[in-house]
Design a protein around this ligand. Structure first.
Ligand SMILES: CC(C)(COP(=O)(O)OP(=O)(O)OC[C@H]1O[C@@H](n2cnc3c(N)ncnc32)[C@H](O)[C@@H]1OP(=O)(O)O)[C@@H](O)C(=O)NCCC(=O)NCCS
Length: 281
């Protein structure tokens, strides 16, 4: 598990190892997520009481990440970026992670399995009483906002991404880098893993970007296609995210050969399209 006072050696930029995560990485992911996610405004919006109930935030974050790692519908791919920890005999240590919904690309298009998941809330919370987990029993969150978030994100994903790209896209669900390691390329390396996969399979990548995420995705060649605002009824506060896409270039034969030999892909896009859609629940 990563300790809270983890320091990034500053003399040399770290080299990232990107690998699949498994359940043994759960504790590390929870530490990274709890340190990084409060930098994203939607976290405070949904969990305004997290300072009063930090153990609830930890418990439900852990349950949620565990669901991704258990991956019962083969829907998720969790990837880690590890850095060499020179202070600990060069042992590797996870410092960032990405959670991808890759069912369409990896499994060759299983839309029936996806449609068994009624909405994002059900996909993201542990089996059993989803409503109780999502809206009732966690005291660190605002139930109305959590509900508005789940509804809006689910509707927006369907209308902006699923209907448009069908089985030809995969979705970046969560990206987080531990604050001690940010601005060193870990987030970009994790995205590059997805971009290479997208290029090889001619898939579009979709994401709802936080303000920090938007800077990274723009840097990598993603384009904003809409803005999505989450606002509960009778609530003054709201959060807005950018719906962004990365579209693979049309492969030429030489390029196809390069991609098939797993060389790095050029992250430029085909024809960006801009539109602004504000969706409220
Ligand atoms: C978004 C996040 C994952 C980026 O991770 P990271 O490992 O720091 O990103 P990288 O170091 O790979 O950034 C690569 C490039 O993206 C851009 N970028 C990333 N973070 C930036 C920031 N805070 N300000 C300005 N540019 C930024 C820069 O161009 C950067 O290159 P540079 O450092 O050479 O200028 C990280 O800030 C984070 O965990 N934030 C909190 C959670 C969150 O918002 N997640 C995204 C959800 S969509």
């Amino acid at each position: 598990m990563m300790s809270a006072d983890v320091k990034c050696p500053s003399s040399l930029p770290p080299k990232w190892t990107i690998r699949s995560a498994s359940l043994v990485d759960l504790d590390s992911m929870v530490e990274i997520g709890l340190a990084a996610m409060p930098l994203d405004p939607q976290w405070h919006y949904r969990f305004p009481y997290r300072h009063e109930y930090p153990e609830e935030t930890r418990k439900f974050t852990r349950l949620r990440y565990k669901t991704f790692l258990e991956n019962e519908n083969s829907q998720w791919q969790v990837m880690l970026a590890e850095a060499l920890d020179v202070e600990r005999l060069n042992r590797s240590k996870p410092v960032a992670f990405a959670i991808w919904e890759t069912l369409n690309s990896v499994q060759g298009g299983n839309r029936e399995a996806q449609s068994e998941v009624p909405n994002q809330a059900a996909a993201l919370w542990p089996k059993g009483n989803v409503r109780e987990h999502a809206y009732g029993s966690r005291r660190d969150g605002d139930a109305k906002r959590i509900h508005a978030w789940s509804e809006t994100m689910s509707k927006s994903k369907k209308s902006l991404f699923d209907h448009r790209y069908g089985s030809k896209h995969f979705h970046l669900q969560i990206l987080a880098t531990h604050p001690s390691y940010q601005r060193r390329g870990a987030g970009a390396s994790l995205c590059s893993w997805g971009i290479k996969l997208a290029e090889r399979r001619a898939m579009t990548i979709t994401v709802f970007a936080s303000p920090m995420g938007e800077l990274l995705y723009e840097h990598l060649g993603f384009r904003s296609v809409a803005l999505v605002t989450v606002k509960a009824d009778d609530d003054d506060e709201s959060v807005t995210l950018a719906a962004m896409v990365y579209r693979p270039r049309r492969p030429t034969i030489p390029r196809l050969k390069r991609l098939l030999s797993f060389e790095a892909a050029d992250p430029r896009m085909l024809g960006p399209r801009h539109a602004t859609v504000v969706i409220q629940s």
